[in-house]
Design a protein around this ligand. Sequence first.
Ligand code: CP
Length: 307
Amino acid sequence: MPSRKSQTLIQLKNTRTEAISELFSIADSYGALPGIESKKDLTMLGRGKTGALLFFEASTRTRMSFETACARLGVHALRLDGKSGTSLEKGESLEDTVLNVAAMKPAFLVIRSSDELDFEKMSQQVPMPIINAGWGLRGHPTQALLDAYTMRKNFQKCEGQKVLIVGDIRHSRVAASHFELAKILGYEIGLCAPAEFLPEQTTAKVFSNLQDGLSWATVAMTLRVQLERHTSSISLTSYRETYGFTSENLKALSLGALIMHPGPINHGTELDSEVLRDPRCRVLDQVSNGVLIRQALIHKICEQEMA
Ligand code: CP
């Protein structure tokens, strides 16, 4: 029987295909349950347990979907949101904060932080699993998993899909996790972005023209333009024309393809609001699927605790 620490999820690169298949199956089973009817069974699994959600950086989707997942499983979520009102304001370090919360013995820690905190080092110092909810530029594995789960729901499998990632790839932890997950699940990644947004090195296919990339893709994923990370000023109008997911540009994408964005969206920059009503768009499905994937991860931890 694997230890509960085996449920630690900091990076995806060493994850087995079978573990992901199992996770997706658990997510399927939760997705198939008819709401309130199944609540009494679900709450048994996490009853009496706490899970600490430590968000040292801002979040809406990830934080609230972990919280929803905890509520659905009966796990009591302990939340820390940013510095305000915590001893971080008095100069306590992120590391000490994590160690002190871990000393309260939650069943797991979900952490979002900048690169300042070393998740791998923290994992050596605490007895419970850590789930990476967004770590600097290094990765956002649960986002990549929920994206892949969304692809699988629509295409029955991820293998062989052609995922075009458009936008600020160099500064995207979502893209970083997809580079790892694509190798495990067998989907191909193509990139399209201005030079300053592309990774310095990549083995992925790079499209200099959005239309060519969209014609190739079965999934078109655009990322938030992280203006705060760029020193050179880019013209948002010209970015939208060249790389934006506008109804006009998306004519090059096949009718059976999917449009995705991890959120939050800069409307009218990387994606036009009307694209959210395109039948190919899965942006809000991604969010719903995010709850199921996080429920599946917490399910595995609770199950291991009971073993
Ligand atoms: N996709 C994502 O991580 O969104 P949040 O920053 O709102 O959690």
